[in-house]
Design a protein around this ligand. Structure first.
Ligand SMILES: Nc1ncnc2c1ncn2[C@@H]1O[C@H](COP(=O)(O)OP(=O)(O)O)[C@@H](O)[C@H]1O
Ligand SMILES: N[C@@H](CCC(=O)OP(=O)(O)O)C(=O)O
Length: 363
């Protein structure tokens, strides 16, 4: 199972005004346990701003954009340093990946981020992600790490997104305000009624409160990833959730990830076409196989890496639609060539397939 874990400032500080080392140790140990059980983990973490605030001696709270960026810039390195030190105890190597909204909007950057995260996971490195607060324009940011974690869950096609926070889950009302509020254990679908329950951040430390967590749940479940919002102070929370224990609130995924991905491929306007030879058309149509460059006779249109293209059989019929691993210019150069020649021709390779079978929808 591939799990994305999101840790909010509220969890990392354990209700104090600074990063709480014993809490960090508990959380990193939880990540190590999940990995030891054979799962892959990606961490989305907050905490840079509060770490910077501590480092600069707790300056007054009224913050200009420049000050917030300063706090994040000071704190991000300190946050990573803590993670690296603790991860070391558990034999884990960490990687810092700072992302912002543009990295999800721009296809090339999106795919590059995915390549980096895949490489981390393939090497057993723990990727630790935060928003690139120091450089991202305020109005062009994802803005909160709950939403960022949902984008990341989509990016890595996670099997589960776990958001740990300082509330025990989604309550019928903000439990800080309404003492009679009760836990909602399962949300089959994010409806307007669910949205109506969400209050803002519980403390001056957090961003967004339950509102951004429900938004994250909606984004991830729509793309086929279930989401659990659970208390960060529960012992072994992550490991228990991954093992299937009902802790906090579980948001059920709408359909499978594969279905969501295929819907998304079909919703894209195809920017170009690959004309296949007979063997490739049959391999794709009858065996649902990947399309290799060797089976492409010609490439038409202009498209970038990761864009949707039509795959046409020699008789002109559209066999399938899929995401091209190469731009039209590069694909034109490797069309008809064996996959092992890709690197010689282009000087680099994004892998042996022109369109991978996971990125194909048969028509
Ligand atoms: N319906 C609700 N159920 C649970 N918590 C809620 C609800 N509405 C608002 N909250 C608040 O959301 C807070 C968690 O969000 P936030 O402060 O942003 O933390 P984090 O740093 O983990 O993102 C809780 O402390 C709680 O007070
Ligand atoms: N990127 C910011 C955190 C933003 C955020 O969403 O915070 P939180 O609500 O505590 O998860 C930071 O590192 O401080």
């Amino acid at each position: 199972m591939r799990v994305v874990l999101k840790l909010g400032t509220s969890v990392l500080t354990a209700g104090t005004d600074r990063l709480h080392p014993p809490r960090l140790v508990d959380l990193v140990r939880g990540l190590a346990a999940v990995r030891e059980a054979g799962h892959e983990a990606v961490l989305v973490t907050s905490g840079a701003v509060i770490a910077g605030w501590e480092a600069l001696g707790f300056p007054p709270r009224e913050r200009t954009v420049a000050e917030k960026q300063l706090l994040a810039a000071v704190g991000q390195g300190r946050l990573m340093h803590r993670y690296a030190q603790i991860a070391d105890i558990y034999g884990m190597t960490v990687a810092q990946v700072l992302l912002t909204a543009d990295d999800f909007r721009d296809r090339t950057r999106y795919l590059n981020a995915r390549t980096t995260l895949d490489a981390c996971l393939a090497r057993g490195v723990l990727p630790i992600i935060n928003e690139n607060d120091a450089v991202a324009l305020e109005q062009l940011k994802v803005g909160d790490n709950d939403t960022l974690s949902a984008f990341v869950a989509n990016l890595v096609e996670a099997d589960l997104l776990v958001i740990l926070t300082d509330a025990p889950g989604l309550y019928t009302a903000d439990p800080r305000v309404d003492p009679h509020a009760t836990l909602i254990p399962v949300v089959p679908r994010v409806t307007p009624e669910i949205w109506a329950l969400a209050g803002g951040a519980g403390s001056h430390r957090g961003t967004g409160g339950m509102h951004t967590k429900i938004q994250a749940a909606e984004i991830a479940t729509r793309a086929g990833t279930p989401v659990v919002i659970a208390p960060g102070d529960a012992p072994d929370a992550l490991h228990r959730i991954v093992q299937g224990e009902a802790l906090g609130t579980r948001f059920v995924a709408a359909g499978s990830r594969l279905e969501a991905r295929k819907r998304w491929i079909l919703a894209e306007i195809a920017a170009g076409r690959a004309l296949l030879d007979d063997g490739a058309a049959r391999a794709v149509r009858e065996r649902g196989g990947s399309l290799l460059p060797a089976g492409i006779r010609a490439v038409e249109g202009t498209f970038g890496r990761g864009h949707t293209i039509r795959l046409l059989a020699p008789d002109g019929h559209e066999v399938a639609r899929g995401l091209s691993r190469y731009s039209s210019a590069d694909l034109g150069r490797i069309a008809g060539r064996h996959s092992r020649e890709i690197e010689d021709v282009l000087g680099f390779t994004y892998g042996p397939e022109a369109v991978h079978r996971d990125d194909l929808v048969l028509l």
